[in-house]
Design a protein around this ligand. Sequence first.
Ligand SMILES: [Zn+2]
Length: 217
Amino acid sequence: MPNFSRAKPTRIINDYHLYKGNFDDGIPPIFRGCYYRLLNRLITIEKDFINGVFADMDWQLQFPIDLKPLENHLTGYQFNVIGYCWTPPNGEYTRGKGFWRIDKKNPSIINIYYCQLQFPNQARFTIPHEALHFCQTLQPDFISFFENEVYTSILTPALIIKLLEKITEKTTAMYLLPQEYFKAKWQETRSVEELSDYFQVSRQAIDYRLKECNLIA
Ligand SMILES: [Zn+2]
């Protein structure tokens, strides 16, 4: 077992590499340079945010990770996770896998809705993904970057949404598979299957994260 004791530094040193576009990304070539420049800078902003979340931890991380580290970091907000089938309980319709809303009665409660028809491994991504969208609304550097750099860029509204979803997916992976722990577990097991069981995410997500962390080519 890797040593996950409190003695370990809580700040996760992150050399998460910048995205190396595979050019099968559906982004028209004219927008590609701008898109990846903005994405790379957003990765830096979100890395800092996730490092802050784990730096706040004064207890041992439990895997698979739930929303508690985020809740602890935000202080004053609570997440309430609600599953739905096709029609969400509040009557709103969404095609997506999930969404979030501030509770109407108690604004310190953030309701995270997720579609229960997903596979459990997908839902494990959807729930923090939505929680992280809420966190973005509280991050001054994230907001000002969007206001000053993203909205004023040449990107079309559809590409801005794509960018927001992409960065949120990447942040979710950083959160569910924190680099230091992920690397330690990989060095211990060298097995995608075991990592998938341990972190409770799909093998595909493990594979992708291994590449992002430069652990496999
Ligand atoms: Zn999203």
